[in-house]
Design a protein around this ligand. Sequence first.
Ligand code: ARG
Length: 461
Amino acid sequence: RPVSLWGGRFSGGPAQALAALSRSTHFDWRLAPHDIAGSRAHARVLHRAGLLDDAALATMLDGLERLRADVESGAFVAAEDDEDVHTALERGLIERVGPDVGGRVRAGRSRNDQIATLLRMYLREQSRALGGLVLDVVDALVGQARAHLGVPMPGRTHLQHAQPVLLSHHLLAHAWALLRDIDRLRDWDARTSLSPYGSGALAGSSLGLDPEAVAADLGFAGAVENSIDGTASRDVVAEFAFVAAMTAVDVSRMAEEVILWATKEFSFVTLDDAYSTGSSIMPQKKNPDVAELARGKAGRLVGDLAGLLTTLKALPLAYNRDLQEDKEPVFDAIDTLEVLLPAFSGMVATLTFHTERMAALAPQGFSLATDVAEWLVRQGVPFRVAHEVAGACVRLCEERGCELWDLRDSDLAGISEHLTPGVREVLSVEGSLASRAGKGGTAPVRVAEQLERVAAVATEA
Ligand code: ARG
């Protein structure tokens, strides 16, 4: 019969179909280094509890070290009938140190507390790598914002021209969202930094093992307070999947803009050749595939999160085998971001902005109308009236097919006695931008300060 962790009460091995359904080594193998680290820590508490003598501990640690090296080199791999990574590695240990010592490692632990711990270890490690990749996107945005300080563009709401803003201000808006995603990973880590090892199957261990010692050994801040919660909860996994999905969604919003900006109609950006693709039939094509894949993969990450939450919904305590389904969605989210983010930051860093066109379009579509209204308010006119007056200016321009600044002094005076020639000071993009000088506004002085703050937060992240 195949080596199994639970054969004693069974008269035969599992059916082929069950084994095929049950097997998880094709995806949980990436947890092998963490499983071995867990076994090492567990061996030490077994020794401290008097359940392994000095010689057995030394043998076991030596066997685990050889197993670790063999896993790393690929000399040891999962066999066809290993149910999961834990089963395979116990077999590997026993093959190296014999059943007498190797057969002792499982005392006082269960695959339920193991998998809950290993997954947290792996995700904590990955969260740091992921944070670094998100930071690279932030750096690319900050670099572009710094290189284009002072360049105006049309700011939009409802995708319509709304008010002029600085290109740097717009780019930094994306940077702040991504910095919050990095911050979320850090908050998440504080909650995830408790080790379930020692919870056993669900009720804890009777063998006098010290979960706090295992936790410290594995780099956790402490051990969980409740063994049922430790083995059955997966909220930290779902929260990780949320942060991953949120990051992808944030990236997808920038991606959509790049796709629009690269069209002939916008002509705001040109993509670098290294970050665009051609067409197999249309020789002239230059496609924004990086941005499109970012947009598409965001959907995939939302699906990973939704799948995981659906698995958890209404699942009774404590461990249920359904929980084996927690890994693939979150691994997929990680693997996807790890290929997406480097391409995305490269694309952003190498974008060429057509700043003259952006600046020329900034005041079009009557985007200075709010400036007229706010100028009137500063002259003491109630905003309700000011809004009407500025609206009347727009209507007149539309009739004439001209822009606000083309109106003559007499046209302005005809619309309202309050519209003196002084209003012309805000009928320019520069005047409009400079006037939005409160904290968080798009005035060049504020954006220059903001840039330094983003850079400072990014350096700390
Ligand atoms: N492979 C399982 C998982 O990923 C852990 C094994 C628990 N199996 C069990 N029969 N209790 O969740």
